[in-house]
Design a protein around this ligand. Sequence first.
Ligand SMILES: [Zn+2]
Ligand SMILES: [Zn+2]
Length: 153
Amino acid sequence: MATGCTEDHSQHYCRVCRTKDSDHRASNCPTLRAICTAGRCIGYHQTSTERGLQIKQSGVMQPSASGAAGCGIYFAIRQNETERKAKQKGCMVTAEITMSKPKTVWRADSSNETYESLSAEGYDGAIVHGYWSGGEIVVYRPEQVRVLSVEDI
Ligand SMILES: [Zn+2]
Ligand SMILES: [Zn+2]
């Protein structure tokens, strides 16, 4: 049983660490806690080859025009999770993300988040839950992202 889970099931699946019979909810996942404590983590973002080339040439990722947690730069925690998350495909961006205090939000009720609204609350990013494909890391400033590699896949 996962602490804090109100659903009626015998096993709780953590979508972040993929433990089938988890004792924690995804929002309390130790894997996420490790990411937050470190202040830096690696994220994966799949995009089109055209966008990938732009990112490679500029070394910069720009916030999206929209998204589950507002206009941000979205990452999966695992490379293979980008398969279901990406709207455009063909190119894998691996980046180091600087984020020390993410806000835990849920996909359905956080589309109005902005860097300003989060920083007013003392956060510098967000972790969005509620996807079968795993949690998403969102930051709002290009300076928080260091592109490590851009590869055609
Ligand atoms: Zn549960
Ligand atoms: Zn977990």
